[in-house]
Design a protein around this ligand. Structure first.
Ligand SMILES: Cc1cc2nc3c(=O)[nH]c(=O)nc-3n(C[C@H](O)[C@H](O)[C@H](O)COP(=O)(O)O)c2cc1C
Length: 160
């Protein structure tokens, strides 16, 4: 069976919920691993979180990370939108990850107001394409929709 991995960061649970829906969907076709990023240096304060994200800080990920994804056929990367971009945890991961060449990648983000949501995915797409990703698809889920399985299915329709 082909292998997939869903790598995500979630501070307040929204992106985790979306990652779990995605895992359930992918599992129908792939043997699927999950990796939740748990930065050791993330602030609990909104303003500090915004400043770090805006300054493109890469969080410290002092955990057992899978950084070489060459064994996976399908790779999904998810983040909340923070200050118009990805959260520092995803920035730290996407910078270091290897093994994306020739792979199919699904990018996803959850968001609040929506400001910066497209920019967030665009930058992630640029990074994975620069690492050789062959096919990059993406979807976005608004924070109030994350628990709605029907909306998820609409957003993720045709991705896997
Ligand atoms: C520090 C911080 C910055 C945020 N910045 C944005 C933003 O620029 N644009 C936006 O649409 N939502 C923004 N949000 C809202 C989050 O993207 C949204 O609540 C997301 O679903 C949170 O995901 P999580 O529960 O997985 O952490 C921000 C939230 C936080 C905590």
């Amino acid at each position: 069976m082909k292998k997939a991995i869903v790598v995500y960061y979630s501070y307040s649970g929204n992106t985790r919920k979306t990652a779990e829906f995605l895992k359930d969907k992918i599992t129908r076709k792939f043997q699927t691993d999950m990796l939740e990023l748990k930065p050791s240096d993330e602030s609990k304060f909104f303003l500090k979180q915004c400043v770090r994200a805006f300054r493109k800080v890469q969080a410290d990920l002092n955990q057992d990370l899978i950084l070489d994804l060459k064994e996976y056929d399908l790779i999904a990367l998810g983040t909340p939108v923070w200050a118009f971009g990805m959260a520092p945890a995803m920035r730290g991961y996407i910078d270091k990850v290897k093994g994306l060449a020739g792979k199919k990648i699904i990018l996803f983000a959850t968001y609040g107001s929506g400001v910066g949501k497209d920019k967030c995915l665009r930058e992630m797409a640029e990074i994975v394409k620069a690492k050789g990703a062959e096919e990059v698809r993406s979807f976005l889920v608004q924070q109030y929709d994350v628990k709605n399985a029907n909306i998820f299915e609409q957003k993720a329709n045709g991705l896997v």
